[in-house]
Design a protein around this ligand. Structure first.
Ligand SMILES: Cc1cc2nc3c(=O)[nH]c(=O)nc-3n(C[C@H](O)[C@H](O)[C@H](O)COP(=O)(O)O)c2cc1C
Length: 192
């Protein structure tokens, strides 16, 4: 295991080591969740907490958030690296990623994984199309501390992932980059 294998290690952006988030949503008896790094706290006002997230348009979870107008942002721990394989690899359009997982709800009804460190229950206040991603401005309407733990970051996940998982993630990264590049270029053309 070697951090030189990191597919973005020669990239200055790799100096940023983001936390990994699990984002879940549900609409009409269907639920899904994905792993995301594009999550930013977007308000300094304690009584008006907000986040901005950026999700690829083709993901099932993105579709569910658009339909339902709500989602839950979770931080999870270094001991839960297996959630990356479970939620960050397959698409929830075909499978239920929550099988045998204890869930609850807070306010919006979006699924909360009880084993996470904490959960932010959110409602969409605004959204913007940017070609590859939809940016959602989220109002936090409920918060729950669930379990103690240190949130997992990308580098820790990468350095402890199996060779198979790292290979899978590298292949998916290239696939998603191609999809996103085309979507960005098309969006720019249409904006001109
Ligand atoms: C480390 C990591 C970070 C990711 N970050 C994002 C992200 O910020 N935004 C996004 O749309 N997808 C991101 N993904 C991809 C989704 O988690 C992945 O494609 C997921 O399987 C989509 O599931 P769904 O189709 O059920 O929503 C990331 C995946 C990994 C492994």
């Amino acid at each position: 295991m070697n951090s030189d294998d990191n597919p973005i290690s020669n990239d200055p952006f790799a100096l940023v080591d983001p936390q990994l988030w699990l984002i879940t949503s549900a609409f009409q008896n269907h639920r899904s969740g994905l792993i995301a790094t594009f999550v930013t706290k977007a308000s300094i006002v304690p009584d008006c907490p907000r986040f901005v997230i950026g999700l690829a348009r083709q993901h099932e979870t993105c579709r569910l958030i658009k339909e339902s107008g709500s989602c839950v942002l979770h931080l999870f721990s270094r001991e839960q690296t297996h959630w990356v394989e479970r939620f960050g690899v397959p698409s929830g359009s075909q499978t239920d990623k929550f099988q045998s997982t204890s869930t609850q709800t807070i306010k919006t009804g979006a699924p909360v994984l009880s084993d996470a460190i904490c959960a932010f229950d959110c409602q969409v206040e605004q959204s913007w199309e940017t070609g590859d991603r939809i940016l959602f401005l989220l109002q936090v309407v409920g918060v729950k501390m669930l379990n103690p733990g240190t949130p997992l970051r990308f580098t820790q996940m990468w350095n402890t992932a199996s060779t198979e998982l790292r290979q899978t993630l590298s292949v998916l990264l290239v696939r998603d980059q191609q999809i996103d590049r085309q979507a960005i270029l098309k969006w720019r053309e249409e904006a001109e």
